[in-house]
Design a protein around this ligand. Structure first.
Ligand SMILES: Nc1ncnc2c1ncn2[C@@H]1O[C@H](COP(=O)(O)OP(=O)(O)OP(=O)(O)O)[C@@H](O)[C@H]1O
Length: 664
């Protein structure tokens, strides 16, 4: 027979809290061969479990030698120790210690999973062993669906999966009735007979009497070593030399997934909570993109990119004015309102450009032409009449490069004696008004002027729905002069040949204290509002991401506590620290992945709803979710979860297997 295990003067001290040491094992020496069925008996507290933990490599803090096939396991590196657990030792515990969320096959195959054996092979081997222990018809059950005796048979199958030399059974029949004990004992006997060394702790003399040898321990000492007989060993154990592999990441993720599935409700809640922050992030990005695209498109379609529209003062309250408005000083308030009205209606001298202004503007670099213009808003005083059909004109303005040829849908730009009308107003008067003479009534200054003009063409409205009449600046000037009035420009168009200059020109205009077109000012306000929305979303995102991280940390910590025993089992089966860490980090990864996916999905649904609403109201979609934003959201979610999961995972990996297994 081959000598497998040798104990030489094994001494174990437990360090007590007050600096004292307790000697649990006192110089134990013994040697064991393959095919032995050894029972270890002794009073409670005599040191049996301590000895099993040392032999099983769960506790390396001892003096003396434990030689496994001639190698002192005390000198093993963590990796060698893990391999020792995987290949050489099989544990059977009193309380079975099956993993509740894994089915019987997965429980039995666990040591193979940790050794990265492929699923088909390990499932086949697990089924074989389960058949051998009489559980063929139960392989897909979970541990809580079978009886105690059946559980212990599963545990026996689990201990055998990697074909170890040594089986350590700590009171394997302790929790079983007499009849079930016999079945389990027969199985254990078969194991020894197949050429393995079985070390079995027991309190029962009856159980001990089935063994080939009895070691008695009392107060940490080996007091007797009695040989009862020998077994008819079938074969000599032949060890493969191939080293077991490490568990793959995929298997860690699978184990994590199976555990998460078992706690679906809790994990779904956590994922849902985390997804809120992710949704806020993705929505912020998508909204920002959607609105920016909309603004750009709008600006590009409304304005001639070569032209910068300039006003002396803003036609909508700027930031400072808004502040004054909200400050509530009535005098200040009404001054601002007056100014705004004057700017809109083209009245008052504050809005007229002086020769000095024009000079300043024409000096801006890149400006090739300065066009004077005039724009006035009236409510009901200006009108166009054709064949007794009358239309009110709200805006009267002068022709500029800002109205491009492409926006004139019919006819051409107005020359002397001509007027250009917006298409809506023209169609109202006659379907084919171009070239027809219309009667125009205008209030200029305080004079009412009536004249006949030919409609030169119609144009597509740009950014406003006001009915508009456009004539050339010189034509309007003629009208003013004829009525004893003086026309002064209240809007100026700066034309550049190269549209790349436009941005710089716009900036310079503002720097000089002038203001841009109404659309630009509105856009700026809109962008400001969008910024506020973005800040709010960003704040929600930041807060909820922190909350999510804490939530994941807490949940995984609870999971570590709940699964302490399972972690002990995994370690006894050969899981390295790294493997345990991987399983828990994988759980965090899965939570992150699911909350990321959920967050993106919710954003997608929100996008559909919000865009449906904005398309119906403003004819534009405002949320624009792209693949890269979705990926950013999912990535962020995973990273945060994994960071939050690292601490609990590390804690789990550092658990002491002996303590973990002792936990009730
Ligand atoms: N972590 C520990 N710290 C201090 N003392 C310990 C520790 N673990 C065990 N002991 C002590 O070591 C002695 C041996 O304990 P052990 O668990 O090995 O006994 P046992 O023979 O297996 O008992 P039982 O049959 O009740 O399981 C006991 O006196 C116990 O109190």
């Amino acid at each position: 027979m081959t000598e497998i295990l040798q104990l030489k003067n094994v001494v174990k001290f437990y360090q007590l809290a007050d600096g004292e040491r307790f000697e649990a094992l006192r110089s134990i020496s013994a040697s064991f061969e393959a095919g032995e069925l050894v029972s270890i008996v002794g009073e409670s507290g005599s040191g049996k479990s301590t000895l099993m933990n040392l032999i099983g490599g769960l506790d390396s803090d001892f003096s003396g030698e434990i030689l496994y096939r001639g190698e002192n396991i005390h000198d093993y590196s963590p990796k060698q120790l893990a391999d020792y657990h995987k290949k050489s030792i099989g544990f059977i515990f009193q309380n079975f210690n099956l993993i509740p969320h894994l089915n019987l096959i997965d429980n039995v195959a666990l040591a193979m999973t940790l050794s990265n054996v492929d699923k088909a092979t390990r499932d086949q081997k697990a089924k074989e062993l389960l058949t051998k222990v009489g559980l063929k018809d139960h392989v897909y059950k979970k541990p809580d669906q079978i009886s105690g005796g059946q559980k212990q048979r599963v545990a026996i199958a689990r201990a055998l999966i990697n074909d170890p030399d040594v089986i350590i059974a700590d009171e394997p029949t302790g929790a079983l009735d007499a009849q079930t004990t016999d079945t389990v004992l027969d199985l254990i006997k078969d194991i020894a007979q197949s050429g393995k060394l079985v070390l079995m702790v027991t309190h029962s003399d009856r159980v001990a009497s089935h063994c080939t040898r009895i070691l008695r321990i009392d107060d940490g000492r080996l007091i007797s070593d009695e040989q009862l007989g020998t077994l008819n060993v079938e074969k000599e154990v032949k060890k493969e030399t191939a080293k077991p592999k490490n568990m793959s990441l995929l298997n860690a993720v699978r184990l994590a997934f199976l555990n998460m599935k078992a706690k679906l409700g809790r994990n779904a809640l956590v994922a849902f909570g985390t997804s809120i922050g992710i949704m806020a992030v993705v929505l912020m990005l998508a909204l920002g993109r959607g609105v920016t695209t909309y603004i750009k498109d709008t600006m590009n379609s409304y304005a001639n990119p070569n032209v910068t529209e300039v006003h002396r003062q803003s036609m909508v309250p700027d930031q400072k004015q808004q502040k004054d408005l909200s400050s509530g000083d009535p005098a200040e308030l009404s001054k601002i309102q007056q100014n705004n009205m004057a700017a809109l209606t083209g009245k008052g001298t504050d809005n007229d450009f002086t020769a000095k202004d024009l000079k300043k503007l024409s000096a801006i670099k890149g400006v090739d032409k300065v066009e004077k213009g005039y724009s006035t808003l009236s409510l009901g005083t200006n009108s166009v009449t054709y064949k007794k059909q009358n239309a009110t004109i709200m805006t009267l303005q002068t022709m500029s490069s800002n109205i491009t040829k492409s926006s004139i849908v019919d006819g051409k730009a107005p020359k002397k004696g001509e007027i250009l009308l917006d298409k809506g107003t023209a169609d109202l008067l006659d379907e084919d008004l171009v070239g027809k003479k219309v009667n125009v009534t205008l209030t200029l200054g305080d004079k009412k002027v009536e004249e006949t003009f030919t409609v030169s063409g119609t144009y597509e409205q740009q950014g406003s729905n006001f009915s508009t009449a456009i004539m050339s600046y010189s034509e309007l000037n003629r009208l003013f002069t004829a009525n004893g009035l003086q026309l002064k420009p209240n809007v100026v168009y700066l034309y550049t040949k190269n549209k790349d200059n436009t941005e710089k020109i716009k900036d310079k205009v503002k720097e000089l204290g002038f203001s841009g077109s109404m659309q630009e000012t509105m856009t700026a306000m809109f962008t400001q509002m969008l910024d506020v929305v973005s800040y709010v979303l960003a704040a929600i995102a930041a807060v909820s991401l922190v909350v999510s991280a804490i939530m994941i940390l807490v949940v995984l910590n609870i999971s570590v506590v709940e699964r302490t025993k399972e972690i002990g089992v995994l370690k006894a089966l050969g899981a390295r620290r790294r493997d345990i860490r991987r399983i828990f980090v994988s759980e965090a990864f899965l939570i992150g992945l699911s909350s990321g996916l959920l967050g993106v999905a919710v954003t997608f649904v929100l996008q559909l709803l919000v865009n449906r609403f904005t398309i119906a109201t403003f004819e534009v979609p405002v949320v624009s979710l792209t693949l890269s934003y979705a990926l950013i959201g999912i990535g962020l979610s995973i990273v945060i979860s994994m960071i939050a999961g690292f601490l609990p995972a590390d804690r789990a990996s550092k658990l002491d297997p002996v303590e973990a297994l002792r936990k009730e």
